[in-house]
Design a protein around this ligand. Structure first.
Ligand code: AMP
Ligand code: ZN
Length: 436
């Protein structure tokens, strides 16, 4: 299988680590000089760019957290003046305010480069027709894939998400050979095709799928491959770093190769912050080595996995990360959108006649998108006697307010007094029935 950039992707590890250390020193110097947040953090930790001689010195640098990005919302983490920013993207955040990522012209070029490596790793070339059903907009998925597929010279169909029947029709008509979307949406497409009487495997030319942006299991991979008749590749990324393009599987499917010349990865113990050796499970932490507009330093992703650095049979020397095993915080990903239970609670409790007893129920019915239900008790006074008009109004209000703050819609079930189970210890607020 071809490799897009053999020079960077098969660099001997010793040389790679030297390059990383040099870039680390540069990015620390640059952020300390331009971002007040970093200047202060580095000074408090008494670490200066000149102190960084090798990757061993990484552990002296302080971590950056999602809350730091929130405190510096929207543009406080940028290293360059606004006129040099050509694009921003964003993903949903904890306070209803999104997490912002900024890009200079050079950052867009880096993104196109790592995404070109990504699609090439899945076997996509200039001969392919890429049906891109990741959302276009502030979400990084759509435009990220678009850049990479275009760079390798493939024909890109910029579908974005939704209108599934039309997607199925156009996939067939335009002869798509590669599908890019979230893993759960790929199953929705297969299901819709079946309902339309379209035999997906027979009628579609799709050979490969590149699926990510949410957790999925090997079982789900097997189901997708069987139903859609394609080879499925896992891809990982996050807005804070660049979007998709941080890591992707090769044809060996033995973990996702990290684009390490741009993104320096480490695993830490989430409790102590101590750096862990290759092979041990912990929290994934990234430093963006080359980004201009908003390079994050030791950013805690809250994603759990393991790293492996042995050379892969595909020829790449870059380290691989295993499938994401879970999170160290309670963030949920529902239909690809980051949802924080605390935000649901905050919104519910700001509404009059809503009681502080609630449960969040998430499910993934077979071959369908995730469902999100919020069960919450309404004030007893609406039940004595029962006031259905007021209850209906209240239900609509909760639904609207939650959709506005979460960016994803939820079904609301208003319950009578004492119908949500009370707990003596920690309340079980979230019931995640998805088999992931
Ligand atoms: P966003 O910035 O909105 O794209 O969200 C990034 C988050 O999505 C990551 O921190 C992960 O928790 C999750 N994510 C992205 N890709 C994957 C993947 N392939 N497997 C599991 N989780 C993923
Ligand atoms: Zn490989």
């Amino acid at each position: 299988m071809p490799i897009w950039n053999p020079e960077c992707e098969t660099l001997p590890r010793e040389e790679l680590e030297k390059l990383q250390a040099q870039r680390l020193r540069e990015v620390v110097a640059r952020t300390a000089a331009t971002v007040p947040f970093y200047k202060k953090k580095f000074a408090e930790a008494k670490v200066y760019a000149d102190d960084i001689r090798s990757l061993d010195d990484l552990k002296r640098l302080p971590f950056t957290e999602k809350s730091d990005l929130r405190d510096n919302y929207p543009f406080g983490m940028f290293t360059v003046p606004p006129e040099q920013i050509v694009r921003i993207h964003a993903s949903s955040g904890t306070t209803g305010k999104p997490t912002v990522g900024g890009y200079t012209r050079a950052d867009i070029d880096i993104w196109a480069e790592v995404m070109a490596r990504t699609v090439t790793s899945a076997g996509v070339t200039s001969k392919d027709v890429v049906h891109n059903a990741y959302g276009y907009g502030l979400f990084t998925g759509g435009l990220g894939f678009h850049l990479g597929a275009e760079k390798v010279g493939a024909l890109v169909i910029p579908m974005s998400g939704g209108l599934t029947r039309r997607q199925v029709m156009l996939m067939e008509d335009f002869g798509a050979t590669a599908l890019t979307c979230t893993p759960s949406y790929s199953l929705v497409m297969a299901e819709e095709a079946a309902e339309m009487g379209v035999d997906f495997k027979k009628r579609m030319k799709v050979r490969v799928g590149i699926f990510g942006a949410e957790p999925w299991t090997e079982r789900m991979r097997a189901e997708i491959e069987a139903k859609l008749g394609l080879e499925a590749f896992d891809i990982y990324g996050l807005t804070e770093l660049i979007g998709p393009g941080v890591s992707v599987e090769c044809e060996q499917h033995n973990g996702m190769h990290i684009q390490e010349d741009h993104f320096l990865a480490e695993i830490i113990d989430p409790a102590t912050g101590e750096k862990l050796p290759y092979g041990e499970e912990g929290e994934l932490v990234f430093t963006a080595l080359t980004k201009e507009a908003m390079p994050v330093i030791r950013y805690r992703t809250r994603d759990r996995t393991r790293l492996h650095a042995e050379k892969c049979p595909c020829g790449r020397t870059t380290a691989r990360m295993e499938k994401i095993m879970g999170r160290t915080d309670d963030m949920l990903i529902v239909r690809g959108v980051n949802v924080f239970p605390q935000l649901i609670e905050k919104t519910l409790l700001s509404i009059e006649d809503i009681e502080p007893h609630y449960q969040i129920v998430i499910d993934r019915p077979k071959d369908q998108l995730d469902t999100l239900e919020v069960w919450v008790e309404a004030s007893p006074r609406l039940f004595q006697p029962i006031d259905t008009r007021k209850l209906d109004e209240l239900q609509n209000r909760v639904k609207t307010e939650l959709a506005q703050t979460l960016g994803v819609s939820a079904d609301i079930k208003l319950m009578g007094p004492k119908s949500i189970q009370r707990s003596e210890g920690k309340a079980r607020r979230v019931v995640d029935k998805r088999d992931m």
